[in-house]
Design a protein around this ligand. Sequence first.
Ligand code: BMA
Length: 360
Amino acid sequence: MRRIIISLMAVLSLAGCLRSGHPCDSQADFRVHALYGRLVELKEKGVMVGHQDDLMYGHAWEYEDGRSDILEVCGSYPAVMGWDLGGLELDDSCNLDGVPFDKMREAVVMADSMGCVITFSWHMRNPVTGGSSWDLSGGNVVREVLPGGSCHELYKGWMDKFIAFMKSLKDHSGNSIPVVYRPYHENTGGAFWWGALSCNPEDYIRLWRWTVDYMYSSDVHNLLYAYSTDIFKSEEEYMLRYPGDEWVDIMGWDAYHRPQDWDFLAGMERMAKTVSALASEHGKLAALTETGLESVYLENWWTEYLLPSVRGRDLCWVLLWRNSQKMEDHFFAPFKGHKSEADFNEMVGQKDILVLNDLN
Ligand code: BMA
């Protein structure tokens, strides 16, 4: 009897491991495995709160060592920090929002040493026209950057810069810092040259797979890959551009509260349910990869809108977009003195909502 119970326990624990999955990169660094395991564990505790560019600048300030709007509001850094690489492709010294890449690298090292999860997006330029990532001209840009396309060599050069940056992220022991990379985001939307208005699902998937393969062949093994759509109408739409289980670690979506466009609470319930069910079916992790209400003009937005949207949905994190240092109304997280401060604290005070202080 004892032996049967022990065998049963072994089978159950193996099933548990399989269910919780593993990084899609079969050669992922040990720190990537550790990050993956941590995400699996932490999502049982709750949803982590993240913030884009948190350590770089905030509402009406920039580049002050250790400063963070979230820290000033709730006494803790966010658990997840996001950065954007737009500009790296042309060796710019600063990204498209003015963040010097050197400062970004230092902040990533600091965030990693504090125990934050790091995530990157990349609003890269349009390689055909040289315009921004919002420039949809230049024909089928995705096809032009794929092997055989007119911009393929140029694009490989851009990827090489990304690779050099990723390889330069080292912790204090000299190990590569594990990060979540979220390429070609908001793919169901029409804003970017890799979006649904500009390329077909087959070309999108080819681009994704080519990118991941290029990372492997360049010996980059410190990444988890997050797939993220814009708001979407159905499971079919969500999955239309999904590159496949071998190519993705985290299934996410971006969704901003724009009351004039859609019903946030109902839409988020539907989308969160869809993404978390798909993630569980595909053995992936799930996250709300960007969100916010620009200017947070609803005082209780945190507990009345965000909390009910993310709670109990098996999400690893929710990333609030940036608090611009230059545009007064372009902020998505509270700052000291903002009218939604108390409500934000009410939200992060919940047991299942995690900021950095809750992780240890
Ligand atoms: C957008 C806005 C822009 C910014 C871009 C990349 O949503 O915040 O101001 O340049 O993201 O960070």
